[in-house]
Ligand binder design. Structure first.
Ligand code: UD1
Length: 419
């Protein structure tokens, strides 16, 4: 089991290039199923969740190979429609394959994605949308049997702007006859990236980034070469790392327009955040000050995925900051671990109040989930002495090598794979 060792107390100084976005690559890998052809993904991050998607594709009969950061997938030979329970449990966003496999083969059997570290993560919106497009879906012993002799485009209204449901339905709608309009669609930048990918494959998708996405289905898709967008949550993590440790960093490739709310929060706290068209710079020289309440919301609101890392950055600020988590029910599991380092945080339901302390001290802590684990790294940079972070496999789901990147930014962080 690997561990991360972070010795805090020194300001950051350095530059790192931001990896490709996990949340963009995963739906794109599912979308490759629709092409029945070869797709070349450049700048593909090497992550546990990407590896899980590749294994799903291989289990369906597809081929995949890596060369550096280029992942080439060929879905021509796809001939199976079941995704095993083991693969489904490994990555909860595997439900995204449902729409694509159904559109390609007219049938898909997947097990229910299991219970989740962030609280219940239902897929009812995915399923009702697929039913509206003409799929027949039955559940038997935890397995969803989905069939559709043909899918037919129509107007779909999501009761909440779910990212995964929007993506799943975009994929299914590409294989449906006629036009589908998804209203109250999620507006995340990763949806725009998926639209760009599908259009590069010959699809006709428009409106992504707004609340209404239109898919003119039934077109034959082909392979393409594509470069995924930079990971805005990894960029947010390193901005918060700088805010926590102090210093000056440059994030090459990070896009300012994807990080408006995070940059705004850090500016309120006293950091200087600026962009030059090729990346984002952050400078933090003084003790941070408390900021206005941080309320997570669907994009363009403050991202739930950046809540934990911003909280970690605020632990030594002057004053108290209120966090309100509005997307997932159980997203404060990192709080107990941060408390072990000396943080003062009170949680009541969806609200957490962070009161800044004078000092944090290194401790042995455990990752509870992906972003919660990243938050421990952020806090460790501001703690006296060494922090030993256990159960780092969570972090590997979304960060290629967080210790490598933090070292490039001037931190004392190492990974111990033999622990
Ligand atoms: C995606 C991201 C995740 C991010 C989240 C919110 C990926 C791979 N993951 O997850 O990192 O934290 O968006 O920005 O892109 N819901 C339902 N029924 C459904 C679907 C969702 O009730 O059928 C609820 C969920 O329980 C949750 C909320 O809607 O409370 C948002 O979920 P959703 O936007 O679907 O998140 P994911 O796509 O799972």
């Amino acid at each position: 089991m690997s561990q991360l060792l972070v010795r805090g107390g020194q300001p950051l100084n350095g530059e790192v290039t931001i990896q490709g976005a996990k949340n963009s690559v995963l739906p794109i890998l599912a979308a490759t199923v629709l092409t029945g052809d070869q797709v070349v993904l450049r700048g593909c991050p090497c992550l546990r969740d990407v590896d899980a998607s590749v294994r799903i594709l291989q289990s369906l009969g597809c081929q995949a190979r890596w060369e550096g950061d280029v992942l080439t997938v060929d879905t021509a030979a796809l001939n199976r429609c079941e995704i095993s329970d083991i693969l489904m449990r490994e990555m909860r966003s595997s439900a995204i394959f449902l729409g694509a496999v159904l559109a390609r083969l007219g049938r898909a059997d997947i097990s229910y994605p299991g219970g989740c570290e962030l609280g219940p993560r239902p897929i009812d919106l995915h399923l009702s949308g697929l039913r509206d497009l003409g799929a027949d879906i039955r559940e038997e012993g935890g397995v969803l049997h989905c069939t559709a002799a043909r899918l037919t485009g129509r107007e779909l209204m999501l009761s909440l702007p779910s990212v995964g449901a929007t993506e799943n339905l975009m994929l299914a709608a590409c294989g449906a006859e006629g036009t589908t309009v998804i209203s109250n669609a999620a507006r995340e930048p990763e949806i725009v990236d998926l639209q760009d990918f599908l259009n590069a494959c010959g699809a006709d998708v428009s409106g992504a980034g707004s609340t209404s996405v239109t898919i003119r289905g039934g077109r034959p898709l082909h392979g393409c070469e594509f470069r995924c967008m930079p990971d805005r949550i990894v960029a947010a993590t390193y901005l918060c790392a700088c805010a926590s440790a102090g210093g000056e960093i440059y994030l090459r490739g990070a896009r300012e327009r994807h990080l408006v709310t995070v940059a705004d929060a850090l500016r309120q706290a006293g950091c200087a955040v600026s962009a030059d068209g090729e990346g984002i710079a952050c400078r933090c020289r003084r003790r941070l000050r408390a900021i206005r309440p941080v309320r997570t919301a669907p994009y363009p609101g403050f991202p739930t995925d950046a809540q934990a890392v911003l909280m970690a950055a605020m632990l030594k600020s002057r004053g108290a900051t209120v966090f309100e988590e509005n997307i997932f029910e159980n997203r404060y599991r990192h709080v107990d671990e941060l408390t072990r380092m000396g943080a003062e945080i009170r949680v009541a339901g969806r609200v957490a109040v962070v009161t800044g302390v004078e000092r944090l001290s290194g401790a042995a802590v455990r990752c509870t989930d992906l972003r919660g684990g990243a938050a421990l790294c952020v806090a460790a940079l501001a703690a006296d002495g060494e922090t030993r972070i256990f159960e780092t496999a969570h972090i590997d789901r979304g960060y290629e090598d967080i210790a490598r990147d933090l070292r490039a930014l001037g931190a004392d962080a190492v990974r111990d794979d033999n622990a």
